[in-house]
Design a protein around this ligand. Structure first.
Ligand SMILES: [Zn+2]
Ligand SMILES: [Zn+2]
Ligand SMILES: [Zn+2]
Ligand SMILES: [Zn+2]
Length: 276
């Protein structure tokens, strides 16, 4: 709203459009320049204190909209009723406020309010400082909270990474051990199977020799041949018996490989715990 939007109250009553420039607190009227001249020199209003309209407009609206005259009796407010917490005129004390007590004159209130207003200003200033202090404190706490969460999240992530790295290296190590043991026993078992294969072939050949001797050999050939076969049989038997001697035990023993999972699987929480 600019200044020209507010019209002179007196001119408006005569259907004349004139922008108001001052406000009289006593008359509670907004006046144009020419009405102000008359207002200034009229005996009844010459002592009225006026305020430039642009200053008046800077007041908070709940202040500038305060009424100065009584609507019911068209008289200036002179009293203040503490029960209704509102100003009133003398006539009001016999009507709306007839049962009210402890009226104060507005003049005495104005006198008191000078010092009370200073107190009010002090109270507001103090409150402002206190709010500012707590505000700064909580703002700092908010920033610190965010920082803490960021740090912790990083720490938790790094711990997880370290555990995964350790698990991976542990897994590789165990698989490596398994592979070494596998190679060792595989070589022994393969060697044994190969030797037994040879023995089986040798025994089969001896059995064949015996069948052939029984069928075709002369007595002389049978005697000497039997000796030869006996020697070969003893050799195979000795070879076979070696598997049951101490230093050959591995070649006929089954191997039970075993893996025991670490304690970590028995724990519900192995990354860590969080608390505050
Ligand atoms: Zn006017
Ligand atoms: Zn006036
Ligand atoms: Zn009244
Ligand atoms: Zn009252």
């Amino acid at each position: 709203m600019d200044d020209s939007d507010i019209q002179c109250t007196l001119c408006s009553k005569r259907d004349i459009q004139n922008a108001a420039v001052i406000w009289c607190a006593v008359c509670d009227e907004k006046l144009c320049q020419s009405c102000n001249e008359i207002h200034k020199y009229l005996k009844i209003s010459s002592s009225h204190e006026v305020t430039a309209l642009d200053v008046y407009k800077k007041l908070p609206s709940f202040i500038s909209s305060l009424k100065q005259t009584c609507d019911s009796h068209e008289e200036h407010f002179k009293l203040y009723c503490p029960a209704h917490r509102e100003p009133c005129c003398y006539k009001c004390t016999t009507t709306k406020h007839k049962t009210c007590h402890g009226f104060q004159t507005l003049d005495s209130l104005i006198e008191q309010s000078q010092s009370q207003f200073l107190d009010l200003e002090c109270t507001i200033d103090e409150l402002n400082i206190n709010i500012e202090t707590v505000f700064n404190n909580r703002t700092a706490a908010l920033i610190e909270l965010d920082d803490q969460v960021l740090d912790l999240a990083m720490h938790i992530k790094k711990t997880g990474e370290k555990i995964r790295e350790k698990l991976e290296s542990n897994e590789k190590e165990i698989l490596q051990q398994l592979s070494v043991v596998h190679s060792k026993y595989k070589a022994i078992f393969e060697n044994t199977v190969e030797e037994l294969q040879t023995m089986k072939a040798e025994i089969k050949s001896l059995q064949k020799n015996i069948e052939e001797m029984k069928e075709f050999a002369s007595e002389y050939q049978f005697v000497l041949g039997s000796q030869e076969i006996r020697l070969k049989t003893k050799k195979e038997k000795d070879n076979f018996c070696k598997y049951f001697e101490n230093d050959h035990q591995l070649s006929q023993k089954n191997v039970a490989l075993k893996f025991t999972p670490g304690q970590i699987l028995n724990q519900d929480i192995f990354l860590g715990t969080f608390g505050c």
